[in-house]
Ligand binder design. Structure first.
Ligand code: T5A
Length: 214
């Protein structure tokens, strides 16, 4: 009997702590003997990482909205086929730093592309695939940007957008969570790191304790 893989997505406001929290989830699940693949979007594969350089480069602010949408979708299609599906089929747990909900939040709610077009491209890339759980780290974008800057990192093309853009993306995540409470969990990321980790690990334990063997 083989253990079934799971896909957990950590997503939410910029600088909310996704990278930090993912390391805590990884350590926690590894201590339980699970094999973990940590990945990210845009990125996760050599082709996806090249697309990441294009979409996040603040040197090319002229990237138009439809090109941006197609690039995120292209990176995701490659990510699923090359990395995610093989890992899940091998019984591993995949933890992705952002995934399809980011496209709905950023390209639809923030950028203003129609929901129909955004879903069309998302669905093309997903090809019927859905992650098991989306953990949304919710934070005021101003606080998130302060955290990114305090870490000493420069701002990328998306983070250099007007603050209203990031506020709309935040709202987009909360809306998606409201519409799909089964697959989304929202965590208040303004809490202490210890508190956030505790809440997230509770969700992860609940998800991975559900017996899914085949
Ligand atoms: N995007 C992405 C789209 O527009 N469409 C899409 O389809 C996709 C997939 C990706 C960008 O692309 C956009 C969204 C994004 O704008 P990214 O690498 O995901 O970029 O960018 P960020 O969200 O900005 O990621 P960061 O790596 O900058 O932030 P994290 O990972 O959320 O935060 P982290 O863990 O690095 O933490 C930031 C700092 O805060 C501290 C940490 O120690 C660190 O110093 N911290 C806390 N401090 C206090 N209290 C807490 N609770 C803390 N948690 C962390």
């Amino acid at each position: 009997m083989m253990t079934q893989g799971y896909m957990i997505v950590c997503d939410g406001s910029n600088g909310a702590g996704k990278t930090t929290i993912i390391q805590a989830i990884k350590a926690h699940l590894e201590s339980k003997g699970r094999e973990i693949v940590v990945t990210r979007e845009p990125g996760g594969t050599p082709i996806g990482e090249k697309i990441r350089e294009i979409v996040l480069s603040s040197a090319t602010p002229e990237l138009c909205a439809i090109t941006e949408l197609m690039l995120f979708a292209a990176a995701r299609a490659q990510h699923i086929q090359e990395k995610i599906l093989p890992a899940l089929q091998a019984g591993k747990i995949v933890i992705s730093d952002r995934f399809d909900a980011a496209t709905i939040s950023f390209q639809h709610y923030a950028r203003g592309l129609s929901l129909e077009l955004t879903l069309q491209l998302n669905n093309l890339a997903l090809d019927g695939f859905k992650p098991d759980m989306n953990i949304i780290l919710d934070l005021d974008p101003l606080l998130g940007l302060q955290r990114v800057q305090a870490r000493g990192a420069g701002l990328d093309r998306m983070e250099s957008e007007h603050i209203d853009f990031l506020k709309k993306a935040r709202y987009g995540y909360l809306e998606q969570a409201r519409q799909d409470p089964e697959r989304f969990r929202v965590i208040d990321a303004s809490q202490s790191l210890e508190k956030v980790i505790l809440e997230v690990l509770g969700i992860v334990d609940q998800l991975t304790s559900v017996s899914r063997t085949f």
